[in-house]
Each structure stands twice: as structure tokens, then as C-alpha cells.
Design a protein around this ligand. Structure first.
Ligand SMILES: *Cc1c(COP(=O)(O)O)cnc(C)c1O
Length: 414
């Protein structure tokens, strides 16, 4: 399968200095593209080091827009509907607050209990600010992995201002049907906001076609933008004039360098900017986006489905018999590009994979409480052989009880 893989040459676009590592955590921090190394070098030495403040008029000021127009292609939006800035958490705050304010009279925000905690914290904070008549209601998963449409139908009602869900959930990789859920929210008169953090670069996303109102997402996972790279937000064109951002900063002003004392919002999507952009981190996002556009999201998805199916086949044959269960949907249409494998000793198995005492290969997945070994499949640089070797290695760690050499104490970042 590796020799027949149409994307096999894309691995060369990435800097891979250690050949004894199988990296299965590209869903948490994507690999470093080769071009990004050159770009950061150029930006520091030439643009910052040599050109200094002049660089603001030589490209820095528009950099966020360059990144945004490429991102827009990857998530199925127009370029004037996407802006790159701040973190995913902050962008959720800005959009959710603006959306609830617009929906006056409606006092309910709906999300689900599979959502990434920061999303729920931000929504809880908004509720606390807006007042006691507002509430956050979570649709509850029946199986711990997925949410069915009936549960959502029962949770979203005529009092719902906004629905906030992750297109692909972070633990089980359950993928919502974006079209059906967005249509449901609209039928009840609610606005729909999708968090694309685990979806963009992993699965094809079509915001315009599905009539999505709002979206946010990060760029350091499947988009390979680098640690803490800026996030993005999307607002459907027709909504842009109707929403007012809760944070009024000079980069969202109509003419920042007029230094006027009274704020006037910029037209369109730009009003959601706040302050000076992190130029180095913005630059670092571009090469990763170019690689994805070159490969094409359809090819990436095709390989991702083949690879996750292969992983499930190996799980059924090698791991299920020794006590593992699967923590992801087995139906590819309901799944993103990572797979969670569950085992009571998941944390110590992860440690043994990352810091082997008796093996020559290091396998890097990650651990998510309480018992998930999360395996990120990133088709641009993951091979089928790597998946096979990793599953074989997990089997060995369990059969030979190698995990018992490790303590159960958790690291700060897992
Ligand atoms: C990764 C992720 C985030 C990260 O938020 P930051 O503000 O970048 O820390 C938020 N939401 C979801 C669903 C994620 O997967």
C-alpha cells in the first residue's frame, strides 16, 4: 500500500531528522514543513533583522490576509469570510458572544459533552457575563463516543440562540454531519458555530455549501502551523454586518493609523481582529497550507480513510484479543482522522511507547483521560508500514508487560 500511495512523496516536504520515531500525534502538533524552516530564517534575518520596522509596509501588515485566503480554500469559504488571529479559545469568545447578543430574546447555548473543555469553559464564561437568565445546555452522548441526531433534536429548541459543536470531536474522533446539524439549528432559528480544530486539514470541510454561520479552528494540528500558531475565525458574509465583536481593538478599527479617539469598526471580517499580529508565527503557517492545497483535501481524506480502516483491522486482529477496546466510531463516515484505543493501562503504555526501554523504535501517540491512547493519522507523512509497526509495538508492550517499568504519575502535558 505504501508503494501504491499517491501521496507517498509528500513526506519529503517535512523535516524529519530522527528516523527511529513513528510520529502519531500530528493531530495535536503537526510536523515542521521544510519550507517553514527557511521562511522563519528569512523572516528573522532579513525582514526583522535587516528591514526592521519597514517590513510592516513590505508585507507584514497584509500577512494575516495571505494566510486567511489560503485557509479559506481549505475550509470551503470565500477569502473575505476568514481571518487569522488570536487563539481558538479567544475566537470562540468573540464569535459566540457576538452571536448570542444578535439573537436577543433567546437565552440558551447548546453544545455537547464530547466537546473540547476550553470550548465549554469559554461558553460558561459568556453565560456568567450575560446573566442568570442565560444557560448552557449540553447534549449527552449515549455511548460516550457519538451524539445522535435525535438527542440534538431534543436539545436544540426555539429558545436556542447558538449551537457550538466540534466538527470532529477531540477524543473519539466522532464526526458530525455538518449539513444535517446546521440545517437543524437553522430550523429552530439558532445560529451554528463549528469548531474545526480537529477537522481542518484532516477531512474536507465545506462551510459555504453547508450554509454555516460561524466557525473557528486552530492551525497547529493537521495544518502544521507550529506550536501556538494563530487560529482563525469564519463569519458568513451575510452575517458580518449584523455582528458586533465584544473586544474593540485598533486592528479591528476602520483606519488604525488615523489614531482617532473614537472606535469605528472596520467593514467586513476585519472587525474581528484585535491587536498587533504575531508576524513570525503567521509566516510559519503558510508553507503547511501550501502542502495541503497541493495534495488536495480529497486525496488526503481518501488516504486517511484507508489508513484508519487498516488501523482498525490491525486492532481487531492483534489488540482486541489482548484486552483493548476501540474508542472511535468504526463507520468511516462518522470518523475524522484519529483513532482512540482504550486500555486500563493506557497511560503507562503510552509512556513505554514514547520512552522504550527494550525496543529500537519510538512510537509517539498521546494519552487522553481516562484510558485512551490517541493515534493521529496524518496522511501527508504517515505510512502504512508505520501503522503496522506501531500496533505490533503496542501489542508487545502489553504482552511483555513493559509498561510496568513506568510510574503512573502524569506529566504536565499528555
Ligand atoms: C485544539 C483545540 C482547541 C485549542 O484551543 P486553543 O485556544 O488553541 O488552546 C480548541 N478547541 C478544540 C475543539 C480543539 O481541538
Amino acid at each position: 500500500m505504501d508503494t501504491q500511495d499517491p501521496l507517498k512523496n509528500f513526506r519529503k516536504h517535512f523535516y524529519i531528522p530522527e528516523t527511529d520515531i513513528i510520529y502519531l500525534d500530528g493531530n495535536s502538533l503537526g510536523r515542521l514543513p521544510e519550507k517553514t524552516r527557511e521562511k522563519i530564517q528569512h523572516t528573522t534575518d532579513y525582514e526583522w533583522g535587516t528591514r526592521l520596522i519597514r517590513s510592516w509596509n513590505e508585507g507584514w501588515y497584509e500577512r494575516s490576509l495571505d494566510v486567511s485566503s489560503k485557509l479559506a480554500r481549505i475550509i470551503g469559504a470565500e477569502e473575505d469570510e476568514v481571518i487569522t488571529c488570536d487563539s481558538t479559545s479567544l475566537n470562540l469568545y468573540k464569535l459566540a458572544y457576538a452571536a448570542v447578543k444578535k439573537q436577543s430574546g433567546r437565552t440558551k447555548i447548546v453544545s455537547d459533552n464530547l466537546n473540547f473543555p476550553t470550548d465549554l469553559y469559554i461558553l460558561q464564561g459568556i453565560i456568567a457575563q450575560l446573566g442568570p437568565e442565560y444557560e448552557l445546555v449540553l447534549a449527552k452522548s449515549k455511548d460516550g463516543l457519538t451524539i445522535d441526531m435525535q438527542t440534538l433534536e431534543e436539545t436544540i429548541d426555539e429558545n436556542t440562540a447558538l449551537v457550538v459543536l466540534s466538527h470532529v470531536t477531540f477524543k473519539s474522533a466522532f464526526m458530525y454531519n455538518m449539513k444535517a446539524v446546521t440545517a437543524l439549528a437553522h430550523r429552530k432559528g439558532a445560529l451554528m458555530l463549528w469548531d474545526l480544530s480537529h477537522a481542518a486539514g484532516a477531512v474536507p470541510v465545506a462551510l459555504n455549501i453547508n450554509n454555516v454561520d460561524l466557525a473557528i479552528g486552530c492551525t497547529y494540528k493537521y495544518l502544521n502551523g507550529g506550536p501556538g500558531s494563530p487560529a482563525y475565525l469564519y463569519v458568513k458574509k451575510e452575517l458580518q454586518d449584523q455582528l458586533s465583536p465584544p473586544i474593540w481593538g485598533w486592528f479591528g478599527e476602520s483606519d488604525p493609523f488615523s489614531f482617532e479617539l473614537q472606535y469605528k469598526p472596520a467593514a467586513g471580517i476585519k472587525k474581528f481582529l484585535v491587536g498587533t499580529p504575531p508576524v513570525l508565527s503567521l509566516e510559519a503557517i503558510l508553507p503547511g497550507l501550501d502542502i495541503i492545497i497541493l495534495a488536495g483535501m480529497e486525496s488526503i481524506r481518501q488516504k486517511s480513510v484507508l489508513q484508519t480502516e487498516y488501523l482498525i483491522y490491525l486492532f481487531e486482529n492483534l489488540l482486541e484479543p489482548i484486552g483493548f477496546t476501540i474508542g472511535s466510531p468504526v463507520d468511516a463516515d462518522m470518523r475524522g482522522s484519529h483513532i482512540s484505543l482504550q486500555h486500563p493501562e493506557a497511560y503507562r503504555i503510552c509512556k513505554a511507547l514514547i520512552n522504550p526501554k527494550r525496543a529500537s523504535i519510538k512510537v509517539i501517540p498521546d494519552f487522553r483521560k481516562p484510558d485512551n491512547i490517541r493515534i493521529g493519522i496524518t496522511p501527508l507523512y504517515t505510512s502504512f508500514s508505520e501503522i503496522f509497526l506501531s500496533i505490533e509495538r503496542i501489542k508487545k508492550v502489553v504482552e511483555e508487560k513493559e509498561f510496568e517499568l513506568f510510574s503512573v504519575e502524569m506529566d504536565a502535558v499528555t
